[in-house]
Design a protein around this ligand. Sequence first.
Ligand code: CO8
Length: 257
Amino acid sequence: MAYETIIVETRSKVGLVTLNRPKALNALNSQVLADLLASCRAFEADADIGAIVITGSEKAFAAGADIKEMQSKSYVDAYMEDFFSGWEDFTRIRKPIIAAVSGYALGGGCELAMMCDFIIASDNAKFGQPEITLGVMPGMGGSQRLTRFVGKAKAMDMCLTGRMMDAAEAERTGLVSRVVATSDLLEEALKAAAKIAGFSLPAVMMAKEAVNRAYETTLSEGLRFERRLFHSMFALEDQKEGMAAFTEKRQANFKNR
Ligand code: CO8
């Protein structure tokens, strides 16, 4: 399938999506949303794919929602079309997604990165929610996810002043899982994705579901949910294989069933 705003490749068992609107610093418009959703759904349906990486350019992961697309909308336009609600569908992709972030991840770009399962950042990455400088506020999860990831003080600081966080601060505050040299970013993200794709896919997907549940429920409910999923794993051939491989001191050969 041909995409207008992204480049889609596969690297062995990893699906790679590169945002590709260089003249607009990968600003997220409705076409990007449609392309990204279609590509991730195709990877979701492809039994050979075990993980997805989303990246941008060295200068920008994405500099936000497309201001030029938004600026003339009326309240009624935004409300009636439920503007950008499609991003919620992105969070329903069940296979693991890594955001490989270099350069600017601002506004919707930061929010897209946070919708992924974890973020690997290059040392030149800059995260921010600058919507306040445009007379608005975050609208794709920035006020909610950022607060859960970095806590109230930092989230308020970012959302109210619009200032950017560099990669070191993003790692210190828990927004990103690791920081690597800019030149190594894609390789490191693909390596992490390939590692995940080598494990049992049902186990990986259940682990993703369980961690995400931690953000939506109480500790006791989350623990019960985790235990039920854990019990269910004894129905997997991959559990038998994984544990047999350990005791037989050999590499596991998962069948994803
Ligand atoms: N939208 C549209 N175009 C953009 C965007 C954007 N977000 N960001 C950059 N561009 C364009 C510029 O207009 C410019 O285009 P042109 O050459 O045609 O003028 C081109 O990209 C290059 O940008 P700059 O010349 O500005 O590059 P600089 O290196 O000087 O600056 C910055 C880089 C600092 C990233 C600067 O471009 C900038 O501040 N961009 C805007 C950042 C921003 O405010 N982002 C938040 C957008 S609002 C948002 O994301 C809300 C999401 C919630 C929606 C929810 C709906 C329900």
